[in-house]
Design a protein around this ligand. Structure first.
Ligand SMILES: [Zn+2]
Length: 371
């Protein structure tokens, strides 16, 4: 047996200490070189739509006060890239709707929309989705939760995906009944294009969840239709519950139990700001007894039709005008992480629908409620 000399043992021990120190320094250096967060992203998200429905009486009109866009402060920037054979009047109506949204949400990061004029067949007027969702970005209010990119950018204060547009929207070139005016006065047999754009931008800003029914099972945040290979829920999903107050996320994924919930006519969005704008009650969502892809779960319930919060119901009728998102939707956005400067109905837009003329709102009303 070879005996090691005391000197060799000393050197060996010293080398071991150095090795441990080197490893520690390496580990510290390595960890400090990593971001303090784990940025996850995937995309695109699901496409949500708005569909045409039959004309109804009285026609709902929710207009903006006269001079609104001249007086309301611009709090965000929305840039639009047009793809396809767009009519200039359609572009003008799109810019009008984008300008309204620019006064409703705040973000220091410009929101990029690609809008395509394309054949969507009968009944579907438009659709929109996000190109990416992010989780665990700097400042994310909820961990392990997918945020649509425009909202993630807003919260992070930086463009997390500068190479791509944020929202992809499509509008039906095969539909012949468009009204491209922005005066909220479409003929009774035409669809107000600006209202449809308002709705689709709403989806693009985050009005959608991941849950879906796929071959009889309710799916969310896992693999399968509507979940987009993610393992996280969307921020919207964090707020949904049934009429008994049980979070839909408490039901097992890929289960008939979750499918039953999603087709129960008994699904709600329960968030502090949404509820406050809804008479202190959770907000009912569209959950018909048969799953409707692109419509179910990610729209307000039909009970909001004919109210000031009808923009995000799943359909729009000829002659109908919805130029204001309504306090309920904005409350939901605020719960999900958007900030608005005032949601009080008293100082917010006047309630205008069913053809009632709007009450003028002076410029001073807007400047006094700025943050
Ligand atoms: Zn929709």
């Amino acid at each position: 047996m070879k005996k090691t000399s005391p000197n060799f043992r000393f050197v060996s021990a010293l080398m071991l200490v150095f090795a441990v120190i080197w490893l520690l320094i390496g580990a510290i250096t390595f960890s400090s070189a990593q971001p303090a967060y784990q940025l996850d992203s995937f995309g695109p998200g699901p496409l949500m739509q708005v569909v045409l429905r039959e004309a109804e009486t009285p026609v709902q009109k929710r207009l903006l006060p006269p001079g609104y866009l001249q007086t309301a402060p611009q709090l965000a920037t929305i840039n639009v890239t047009y793809v396809g054979n767009w009519d200039q009047n359609a572009k003008n109506a799109f810019e009008y709707a984008a300008s309204i949204w620019e006064t409703k949400i705040t973000s220091s990061v410009p929101i990029e929309i690609e809008a395509e004029w394309t054949n969507l067949g009968p009944n579907i007027l438009g659709g929109a989705g996000v190109n990416r969702l992010f989780a665990n970005f700097p400042g994310a209010p909820m961990a392990d939760t997918w945020y649509p990119i425009a909202l993630a950018n807003k919260i992070a204060g930086t463009d997390l995906d500068p190479a791509d547009v944020d929202i992809a929207a499509v509008f039906n070139s095969a539909f012949s009944g468009w009204y491209f005016g922005t005066d909220g006065n479409p003929p009774a047999n035409q669809i107000d294009f600006a209202s449809v754009v308002m709705h689709e931008i709403g989806h693009g800003l985050g009005f959608f969840g991941s849950m879906a029914v796929d071959t009889g099972d309710g799916v969310c945040g896992g693999t399968g239709l509507g979940c987009w290979d993610s393992i996280y829920p969307y921020v919207y999903d964090r707020f949904t519950e049934n009429g008994a107050g049980m979070p839909l996320l408490s039901f097992p994924n890929n289960s008939t139990q979750l499918a039953d919930q999603l087709q129960s006519n008994d699904v709600f969005f329960d968030g502090a700001n949404a509820n406050a704008a809804n008479g202190n009650a959770p907000v009912e969502l569209y959950a018909p007894s048969t799953w409707e892809p692109g419509s179910s779960y990610s729209h307000l319930a039909q009970s909001f039709d004919g109210t000031p919060n009808a923009l995000m119901t799943y359909s729009i009728a000829p002659g109908e005008v919805q130029h204001d998102p309504g306090a309920v939707m904005l409350g939901m956005f605020q719960d999900m992480g958007w900030t608005m400067y005032n949601l009080s109905p008293a100082s917010f837009l006047p309630i205008v629908y069913n053809g009632v003329q709007p009450t003028p709102t002076s410029a001073s009303n807007w400047t006094t409620i700025l943050p």
